[in-house]
Each structure stands twice: as C-alpha cells, then as structure tokens.
Design a protein around this ligand. Structure first.
Ligand SMILES: [Cu+2]
Length: 332
C-alpha cells in the first residue's frame, strides 16, 4: 500500500529527476490521516506568534519533574536531554534523526503541558539570509527579543529576558549563579543559510552526502549566526530560538526525503559514534551519558533515540516519516 501511494505521487513527475515543485505526499500511515502543519515564523499572525511565545513561557514556569541533572523547569528538562545526548547526537548518522525526535518532544511538551494548539514554527533562514540581525525573530513585536547586551551578552528584551537557568554553557551547572539567555547575533554565518547553499544540500543524491551538507553550513548558520548560547554545541537549546532553527533543519531533511520518498524514507547510515571525541570531558557538574545503540559502527534504522522521559524513546525507523504514526506532521 505504501508503495502504491508513493508510485502514484512519483508518477506525477519524473521518477529519476526530482520534480521542480514537490507535491504534498500523502500520508502512508493509517493513524496519521490529518498531519499537523509546521509553519515558518515570519508567516505567522501576531496572535499565532504570541500564543507560541506564551506556551514557551509556560514551559519555563512549570517545575521539573524528571530529576534530570540540574533542570529546574520543564524548559530546562528539554535542555538537559540535549546536554546528556550531545556527545552521541552530533557528527553521527543519528544527528538529524535525534533532532527530529527532539523537536517533536518540544512540540509535544507545548501541547500537552501548556495547551498549545498552534503550529510548531520553524525559522526559514533562507528568508533572512544574509541578514539575521534584521530577522523578525529578534524583535518584540512579538518575537524572541533582541541581541545580547554588554559583556555578559544577556538578552534584555522580549518575553524571555527574565529567564534564568542553572544549565550551561556547555556541561556546566551553576546552582548558585543562574544565568540569562545570551546572544551575539552576527550576519557572517548567515551566508550558510543562503538559498544557493540550501539548494546545494537538497540536490545531494544520497543520505551520507545530504547529511554531511545539512550538518555543515545550514546547521552552522543558525548556531553561529545567533551566537553565544546558540553557539554552544552542548547547551544551545537554552535559547528557545534553537527549536525554530532545528525545525528548519528538519524541514530540509523532510524536503529532501520528499524528492524520492520510496528510497529516502528508509535511507540511513553514517558513523554511529562521534569522530574525534566530540564534546570532551565536562569540567564540572556531572558526566554526559555516552552510549551507542548496542554496538555497531554504522547507524541503522534500529538505533534508539533517547528522550530521558520527556517523551518515550523511539527508534530511527519510527521517525523517518514525519507523516508516520508517531510524528504525524508535515511542513508547509
Ligand atoms: Cu544544532
């Protein structure tokens, strides 16, 4: 049945060459008949933006319940999951899969804990490239607040200006010195999100080259372009902009999959363990969890993605199709 649906879609274009305009693929899941639609931040209405920011604030005001290292709030708990997994979730085949499930965990948290009913937004960085400094994200009208100020680089505007967390930067936990959200926005990195760069990734013809392309400049654009907390590979979800950046990167993967779903909804691989000791030993505040998926040097569909109780763990196979039973969403 899956095959028939996909063949029907592919038949509308040339099955060998990617069609210029990719039609919305039908869901292959019996359970997922009406996928939620994720939308670009700059296309949301003012009230949609406000509802999203309010839901994020709600997570920041809800006490932690899972006992994850250092976390004080439900927002912190999500950051903790990234901190705990950072060493095995970057520069590995599971990089995009881990972050797909992780953004989903954020979406589920907003909806189940804070009654959020709107779309999980993504930051269309091609829209803002080459000028992140003028992005509609970094405003208060409504938005995520502006740039960091002073030597501490704390944001001092927007709904999150007063948020303090004991987590980060990196593996650090500072119970006696909770810190602000920091930014150091620059346009230098924004070229990594140019339409040319992104189209270059979309035109890759296999998983390994697509993943390498995506984790490189498009991924680096948002992290480096927002800077400070977002520039930290371990604790970057401490800036809520993270969730829009990685939703955009996930969209890139989904778009790439939609160009040849019959192959790409099953195509996985890559090294299963980090190259060159990513992360390194933490200086203080606890050890990161380092675990593979039961051995093997190559990332497979059976690789387990760990969410530490925020939502249940899942395998890569479970999250390959955003329109599948578990995730049930698509991008506009
Ligand atoms: Cu990232």
């Amino acid at each position: 049945m899956l095959g028939q649906l996909l063949v029907a879609v592919l038949a509308t274009g040339n099955a060998l060459a990617a069609p210029a305009v990719v039609e919305k693929r039908q869901t292959s899941s019996a359970k997922c008949t009406n996928p939620r639609v994720r939308k670009a931040w700059h296309t949301l209405t003012t009230s949609e933006k406000t509802a999203y920011l309010d839901a994020e604030l709600c997570l920041m005001n809800k006490p932690a319940t899972l006992g994850l290292r250092g976390a004080k709030t439900k927002f912190d708990e999500l950051t903790s999951v990234h901190i705990l997994e950072s060493e095995i979730a970057h520069f590995v085949g599971a990089f995009l899969p881990f972050h797909r499930l992780y953004i989903h965990a954020h979406d589920v948290s907003l909806r189940t804990l804070c009654n959020y009913t709107g779309p999980h937004p993504y930051w269309d960085e091609t829209y803002d490239s080459p000028s992140f400094t003028t992005s509609t994200l970094f405003t208060t009208t409504p938005g995520f607040g502006g740039n960091g100020v002073g030597s501490a680089q704390c944001i001092d505007s927007g709904p999150f200006a007063n948020y303090r967390s004991v987590l980060g930067p990196g593996y650090r936990i500072s119970p006696d010195n909770p810190k602000c959200i920091t930014r150091n926005i620059n346009n230098f990195a924004a070229t990594g999100a140019s339409p040319e760069t992104v189209n270059g990734c979309l035109s890759q013809d296999n998983w390994l080259s697509f993943w390498a392309c995506a984790e490189g400049r498009p991924h680096g654009a948002g992290h480096g372009g927002v800077g400070a907390e977002m520039g930290n590979p371990v604790s970057s979800p401490g800036d809520p902009v993270f969730y829009l950046h990685h939703a955009w990167l996930d969209r890139l993967w989904a778009q790439w999959q939609d160009r040849n779903p019959e192959v790409r909804l099953k195509e996985m691989g890559g090294n299963n363990r980090p190259r060159n000791g990513f992360g390194g030993p933490p200086g203080d505040g606890g050890e990161p969890i380092v675990e593979g998926d039961g051995g093997g040097n190559v990332t497979t569909l059976g690789h387990v993605l760990h969410m530490h109780g925020v939502i249940p763990d899942a395998t890569i196979a479970d999250i390959m199709d955003t329109r599948g039973d578990l995730l049930c969403f698509e991008y506009d």
